[in-house]
Design a protein. Structure first.
Length: 442
C-alpha cells in the first residue's frame, strides 16, 4: 500500500494544510480560485522529486516548510522535509528507513525515481515539436534500459549534430550543392572543338615539318645568291677591264653580258617564290597554333567537367547510401519502440509522440484528441513510470465528466494508486481542503 502523509506551512497562499492519502482512492484538492490548489499539488510531488517553483515561501513570512512521510511498495517509511527560507534556496532533509540522513535534493530521484505531469501540461506540450519530443521522452523511460541505450546510440547517429551519419550526410549534401553551382557544362561548340584536337594536333605537326623543310630550302637559296653575287662582282670587274683594254673583243663581252644576265635573273625567281611560300605558311601556322590553343582549353574544360561530374555522381551515391542507412536506422528504432513500448494507440515516430486510431495519426493535443483520451494516456504513462509510488496528479476535475471521474476512482482501487484532481468549488472564498471521492459523492 502506498501512503503519503504531508503538512504544508507558509507555502505561497497556503498558511497551513495537513492530510493523508492512501492508495486505492481518488482525492480532490478542493478550494476557490487563488486558494493554492496547484501549489498544494506541486508541494506534494516536490516531496518525491524535489522540483520546486521559485518563491514558494508565503509573502511576508521568514520561513515555511513542506514535510511528509512516504510509504511505497517496499512498505518502508521515508521522511522528507523541505525548509523554505526568505531569500534563500530551499534546504532538504531526507531520513531513510534505517535512520540515515541525507541533505541532497538529488537523492530524492535515486530513492523514489518519481515522474509526474498533469494532463493539461502534457497536452500543451503536444502543440510544438520540442514539446512532442518531451512527451516522447517520458514514454521512452518505460523501455528497458538496454533498449534505451540502443535507441540513444541510433539517435546520436541519425539526428545529433555530433552524429557520424548526420554530420557526413549534411556535409555531403553541402558539397553536392556547391559542386552543382560551380560545375558549368561546356557548350556544344566547345565539345565539338575539343573533339577535333587530335586531328588539329596532327595537322600542325605536318605543317611545322613542312615549314622547317622550306626554311632549309630558303637557307640554301640564300647561300646560292651570295655565291652568285660574288661571281657577279668579279664578272663586272672583268667587263670594266675588258672594255678599257680590249674593245675589239665584242663577242667576248657579249658572252660575258649574257652570263651576267643569267647570273642576275635566274636565282631571283626561286628565292622570291620560296619567301612568299614561307610567309603564307607562317600565317597558316600561326592560325593553326591559335586553333590548337582554343582546342586545348576546350578539351581541358571538357575533361574537368567530366571529372567533376564523376565526383558529383559519387557524392550523390554516397548521399543516397547515407540517407538509406539513416532511414533503415529510423525503421529499426521505430520497430524497437513499437515492440517494447506496446501501448495501444500510442506510437513514437521520428522522436515525436503520436496518437493513432482508425482515422489516422495525430499529435497528443486537445486540438487532435479529447481531453479524456489525453488523460487516459497520461494515467497509463504515470502508472508505468511510478510502479513503486503510484501517486498520479492528473489536473482539473472540471475537465472530466462524473462518469470519467468514477472510472478514475475505480482505476485507483484496481491499480492500488493515489489519483489526485484539482477541484474548484462553487464558493470562491472556500479554504483549501483534501477530500476523498467517496466523501464528495456522499
Amino acid at each position: 500500500m502506498t501512503k503519503i502523509k504531508f503538512a504544508l506551512t507558509n507555502v505561497r497562499l497556503i498558511k497551513k494544510l495537513e492530510a493523508e492519502m492512501v492508495s486505492g482512492h481518488l482525492y480532490y484538492i478542493k478550494g476557490g480560485n487563488q486558494k493554492g490548489k496547484t501549489t498544494a499539488i506541486n508541494a506534494i510531488t516536490s516531496l518525491l522529486d524535489g522540483n520546486l517553483g521559485k518563491n514558494m515561501l508565503t509573502s511576508g513570512e521568514v520561513s515555511g516548510e513542506i514535510s511528509g512521510t512516504i510509504i511505497g511498495a517496499d512498505d518502508k517509511p521515508y521522511n522528507v522535509t523541505i525548509n523554505l527560507k526568505n531569500e534563500k534556496s530551499p534546504s532538504f532533509t531526507i531520513i531513510n528507513p534505517d535512520m540515515s540522513k541525507s541533505t541532497r535534493k538529488g537523492d530524492l530521484k535515486d530513492i523514489f525515481g518519481y515522474n509526474t505531469v498533469t494532463v493539461e501540461t502534457f497536452m500543451g506540450w503536444g502543440l510544438t515539436e520540442p514539446g512532442r519530443r518531451k512527451q516522447a521522452e517520458m514514454f521512452m523511460k518505460l523501455l528497458p534500459q538496454e533498449v534505451q541505450i540502443e535507441l540513444n546510440n541510433i539517435e546520436l547517429d541519425i539526428n545529433s549534430r555530433d552524429g557520424i551519419l548526420y554530420t557526413e550526410r549534411t556535409t555531403t549534401g553541402q558539397q553536392i550543392n556547391l559542386m552543382k553551382d560551380m560545375n558549368v557544362a561546356p557548350s556544344e561548340k566547345e565539345i565539338e572543338i575539343a573533339g577535333k584536337l587530335p586531328q588539329w594536333t596532327e595537322q600542325i605537326k605536318k605543317m611545322e615539318e613542312y615549314y622547317q623543310a622550306n626554311a632549309v630550302m630558303l637557307s640554301n637559296y640564300e647561300a646560292s645568291v651570295n655565291i652568285h653575287k660574288e661571281k657577279t662582282a668579279s664578272v663586272t670587274n672583268n667587263i670594266t677591264h675588258l672594255e678599257e683594254r680590249i674593245r675589239d673583243l665584242q663577242s667576248q663581252l657579249q658572252t660575258q653580258q649574257e652570263l651576267l644576265k643569267q647570273l642576275n635573273d635566274n636565282p631571283v625567281a626561286p628565292i622570291q617564290v620560296t619567301k612568299e611560300s614561307q610567309d603564307e605558311y607562317q600565317t597558316k601556322l600561326s592560325n593553326a597554333r591559335a586553333a590548337i590553343t582554343t582546342a586545348t582549353l576546350a578539351e581541358d574544360k571538357v575533361k574537368k567537367y567530366n571529372e567533376s561530374k564523376a565526383n558529383l555522381e559519387k557524392k550523390e551515391a554516397r548521399y543516397k547510401e547515407l540517407t538509406d542507412t539513416i532511414e533503415q536506422k529510423k525503421r529499426t528504432k521505430a520497430t524497437l519502440v513499437k515492440t517494447h513500448l506496446n501501448i495501444p494507440n500510442v506510437s513514437i515516430e521520428d522522436g515525436e509522440l503520436m496518437y493513432q486510431d482508425e482515422t489516422g495519426k495525430y499529435p497528443v493535443t486537445e486540438e487532435s484528441i479529447s481531453y479524456s483520451r489525453g488523460a487516459a494516456i497520461v494515467l497509463d504513462l504515470l502508472k508505468r513510470l511510478n510502479p513503486n509510488y503510484p501517486i498520479l496528479c492528473l489536473g482539473k476535475s472540471s475537465e472530466f465528466d462524473l462518469a470519467t471521474q468514477h472510472k478514475f476512482a475505480e482505476l485507483a482501487e484496481k491499480e492500488n494508486a493515489i489519483v489526485i484532481l484539482d477541484y474548484v468549488t462553487e464558493n470562491p472564498s472556500q479554504d483549501l481542503i483534501i477530500e476523498c471521492f467517496e466523501q464528495t459523492l456522499n
